[in-house]
Design a protein around this ligand. Structure first.
Ligand SMILES: [Zn+2]
Length: 462
């Protein structure tokens, strides 16, 4: 049946009168088709793997304040320029300084044996001839907190919390706290030093390093997991286990590092941009290929796949390689201070900073109306094994969670973390643990995400 002119007019009026804010935001069919083609190409490309190999071979470990960190910044600037980003720049970041020095830990009595340990970030040194003292063990930080003040005077505190592996790495939140606050809490009970069981899920005889809170005032180190087991076996046999610890780590004057930023400039709203985040710094053990060489490479490759398509998105794409993430998110915090007046131009963001296995789900953190678009994105990513999580409260991983908490919409692309904490912050953070298939899949996902969101004018805050 043909509608009369009047009926058509009324329908048209109704459409016009529907406030824009009530219309579901969706990606256009053309945008979706372009994103699909880009993802297919990225999913077959070895570029991300090659970029990570380049960074971890030509630069290697990039702990803040080391020559490797400076070399990493130079590598990133040169690489972004070579890849054809429209704008590349650095922004200086200032952080506390620290030198790792050397460490030795040995059981002195009743069972003399050497042990493998690694100093925790920011650890102060022991006296030059070390600390030899009896160990008092606690199963976890809460038990240490419950110890009486002054009860550990002249003792070494040991925290034995064992991190449990899982697909979402949820226990890292609990285990990380033992490392972050162990020194501060042990010091408050009078301890001369603190040892923790490494925050990890492997059985390798290597320690897992990592950051501590600002109030760490006594020497602090992580025993390798086999040595944590060994110490506990000794303590089952004797209530007077004595260890000797020598650490020459020390805090130094402030050091400078940088956030490295590369932009693909949009055609219609160049001042608005989608953020692809990762961190360029790493710990000084391993080559930083996993944490976060993978993120650096995946996000740079995503932009490159878009550059190579010859098409420009409507909004810009900003790839931010944050500095000084590992020692306490200094890079993003200083980025936020500098750019908070322009937070509204940060349209949406996603970071890669965890996992070596494939992405298995996406969790949005967007306005209600943009969920329709996120569903379209999830549909597009389904063939890559990515499922849409029903929650809508994601704030972004690591660095960009600072921007997410301040109001920037975000997507968390969650990878399977079951064995990530086997390598995390250890000598085993190398290309040997970077699966090429993950790099391909993640490239497809981040490329599709970047194109879809940048090449639309959807307000993801709504
Ligand atoms: Zn990381």
């Amino acid at each position: 049946m043909m509608r009369t002119f009047m009926q058509k007019a009324v329908l048209g009026m109704a459409f016009l009168l529907t406030p824009l804010s009530l219309m579901a935001a969706e990606f256009s069919a053309e945008n979706l088709a372009q994103a699909k083609a880009l993802a297919e190409k990225a999913g077959k490309s070895e570029l991300a793997y090659q970029l990570d190999e380049s960074l971890s071979t030509e630069v290697g470990p990039r702990r803040v304040g080391t020559p490797g960190d400076k070399a990493g910044i130079e590598w990133a600037v040169a690489k972004m320029k070579a890849l054809g980003f429209d704008r590349v720049w650095t922004e200086t970041v200032t952080t506390p300084g620290w030198e790792r020095g050397d460490i030795s830990v040995e059981a002195v009595s009743p069972f003399p044996q050497r042990m493998v340990a690694i100093a925790l970030g920011g650890s102060v040194p022991t006296p030059a001839d070390g600390i030899e003292a009896q160990v008092v063990a606690f199963p976890n930080l809460d038990a240490l907190k419950a110890a009486e003040a002054g009860s550990l005077k002249g003792k070494i505190a040991y925290i034995g919390y064992q991190m449990k592996p899982s697909i979402d790495g949820a226990d890292y939140g609990v285990a990380g706290k033992q490392r972050y606050l162990g020194s501060e809490v042990a010091a408050s009970k009078g301890a001369s030093a603190v040892l923790i069981r490494s925050v990890g899920t492997d059985n390798d005889r290597i320690g897992h390093t990592g950051a501590q809170g600002d109030k760490s005032t006594i020497p602090a180190a992580a025993l390798s997991i086999p040595d944590a087991d060994l110490l506990e076996s000794m303590m089952k046999r004797s209530d007077k286990v004595t260890l000797k610890i020598n650490i020459s780590s020390r805090k130094t004057a402030d050091v400078k590092t940088a956030n490295v930023i590369g932009e693909v400039t949009g055609t219609e709203r160049p001042e608005d941009f989608v953020v692809l985040g990762s961190h360029l710094d790493s710990w000084d053990v391993g080559t930083g290929a996993v944490d976060d060489g993978m993120g650096v490479a995946i996000t740079m490759a995503a932009a490159k796949h878009i550059i190579d398509s010859g098409k420009k998105p409507k909004r810009s794409i900003r790839v931010i390689l944050f500095g000084a993430e590992e020692i306490g998110l200094y890079g993003v915090k200083q980025y936020y201070e500098k750019h908070k007046d322009k937070l509204g131009n940060h349209i949406i963001g996603a970071e890669w900073d965890s996992g070596t296995r494939m992405i298995h789900q996406l969790r949005p953190g967007v306005g209600e109306k943009s969920l329709a678009a996120i569903k379209q994105m999830a549909e597009l990513l389904k063939p890559y094994g990515v499922a849409l999580h029903p929650s809508n409260s994601a704030k972004g991983q690591s660095d960009i969670s600072v921007l997410g908490k301040a109001g920037m919409p975000a997507i968390n692309f969650d990878s399977d973390l079951t064995d990530y904490f086997d390598y995390h912050h250890t000598e085993n953070d190398t290309m040997a643990n970077v699966p090429p298939e993950t790099m391909r899949q993640a490239s497809a996902v981040y490329t599709a995400f970047a194109w879809l969101t940048a090449n639309s004018l959807i307000d993801f805050r709504k």
